[in-house]
Write a protein of this length. Sequence first.
Length: 245
Amino acid sequence: MTSQFSSVATEYAEARPTYPEALFDWLAQQCPSHDLTWDVGAGSGQASLALAERFTHVQATDVSAEQLAAMPAHPRITRHVGAMSGLDPASVDLVTVAQALHWFDLDAFYAEVRRVLKPDGVIAVWSYGIPRGDDAALTAAIDHLHNDIVGPYWTPERHHVENGYADLAFPFSQVPVPPFTLSASWTIGRLLGYFRSWSATARMTKATGANPIDAYAPVLQEVWGDPDRVRTISWPLMIKAGHMA
C-alpha cells in the first residue's frame, strides 16, 4: 500500500474531496466521550482534521510517511507512521477508516481495534466510488476515464471501494447510519487534479511514462465548457458503523 499514494501525496492533499461535516457530527454523537480518536489510513488528513474539531486528540496513522507529511499541522493531531495505533488498551472512543479499509490486513487491524477501543466505543469505515457529474455527458466522460483509460491500472482492491465494502468482514454490532451526501463545487482544474491523485493514474504514468490525465483533459474540457464554470461533482458515500460485538 505504501507506494500506492506516496508518489501522489501532494496531489492527494490538494485535490481530494472533504467529507460532509454532518457525518462527523453524527459520529461524535454516537460516542459517550470525546477524548481520543484513532484515524487509520489517515493519508493527508481529510478525516483527521474534521475529527480534531470534535475530539480532544486524534491519533492519525498511515503507512505512508509522505501522505502524513502532507497533512496540515493541528495541535490536537499526532501523526504516527505505521499500521498499528501506538495507543494504550481501551483508550479510544472512535476508530475511523476513510477510503482505506480495502488496503488493510483485516485480521491484524480488527485485533488492534478490539485492543484499543473502549467498551462503549465506536468504529466507522466508509468509502466513496466513481464520481458523478451534474449532467449525463460529464458523467459519461468520467466513466470512460475511470473504466476504460485508467481502468486496467486499478488494483483488485478497487472493487471493494465501489461496492461499499460489502464483501469485507466487519465483525462488529452494526448500527443504522443515516444517509450522507459527499459533493463538491469544483472547476475543471480541480477535477483534473483529483483525477491525477488516483492511484491508477500514478500506476499508469509509471508504466507508460505519460500521465493519462494530460491526454484526456481536452475531452473533459470540451464537455465541461467554460473553464471558470463551477459545477457539482458527487460521489456515492457508503458507511458502516458499529460497536464491539
